[in-house]
Design a protein around this ligand. Structure first.
Ligand SMILES: CC(C)(COP(=O)(O)OP(=O)(O)OC[C@H]1O[C@@H](n2cnc3c(N)ncnc32)[C@H](O)[C@@H]1OP(=O)(O)O)[C@@H](O)C(=O)NCCC(=O)NCCS
Length: 170
């Protein structure tokens, strides 16, 4: 391996359970992708609930030096399971790593864990204008089961509907 390879390496990612120590990096991604963003404190109060779990995409080929650098986080997902129903609370992928399959892999991990925790259905809400997320959810098999009109307020003040989507884990 050349010296350049050490520093300019195409990141590869593994999907691992989200731990509280990862929350500052998860909050940084949330801030890039959502307004208002959730702070690491808010994410912490969710993740420490018994019913809540999450996954992160963590760089698996990082060249790190202890205490100096840490592996990149490409995205994360947070979900809740209660009484046989799961909910996707949030998912975000760092825009630098968009369309590389991380959203798909994070969702697949969350759905697998939800099934392992005896969830039979998964629900989520998504802005109808969010083409990327709606595309991801449809590709995973989610279908629209409801709509909340004028639910989100866009930056230009226009209100958009939230689609309620469901996937049966069967
Ligand atoms: C939605 C999001 C998580 C997708 O993550 P991603 O890693 O870029 O998506 P993936 O590469 O895994 O894409 C999986 C599938 O989703 C769909 N998709 C993803 N981005 C898309 C886009 N920009 N336009 C249309 N479809 C898209 C496609 O079906 C894609 O499959 P394909 O690449 O084989 O066509 C990401 O765009 C994001 O973080 N958005 C901002 C936060 C957000 O909106 N979260 C959801 C709130 S409900």
């Amino acid at each position: 391996m050349s010296l350049t390879d050490y520093f300019v390496r195409k990141p590869e990612f593994e999907i691992v359970a989200l731990k509280t120590a990862d929350l500052p990096q998860a909050a940084a991604i949330h801030k890039l992708r959502f307004t208002p963003a959730w702070s690491d404190g808010e994410l912490h109060s969710l993740l420490t609930q018994d019913t809540v779990f999450g996954f992160i995409a963590r760089q698996s080929n990082a060249y790190t030096r202890p205490f100096i650098s840490q592996p990149l986080v490409g995205g994360f997902v947070l979900s809740r399971v209660a009484a046989g129903e799961a909910e996707i609370l949030t998912i975000g992928v760092d825009p630098r790593f968009s369309r590389l399959g991380l959203g798909w892999r994070l969702m697949r991990a969350a759905l697998r864990e939800a099934r392992d925790q005896a969830a039979e259905t998964v629900f989520l809400e998504v802005d109808e204008t969010n083409t990327a997320a709606v595309g991801l959810y449809r590709k995973l098999g989610f279908a629209k089961v409801g709509e909340r009109r004028a639910y989100y307020q866009g930056v230009n003040g226009a209100k958009t509907a939230a689609l309620v989507m469901r996937l049966d884990l069967g």
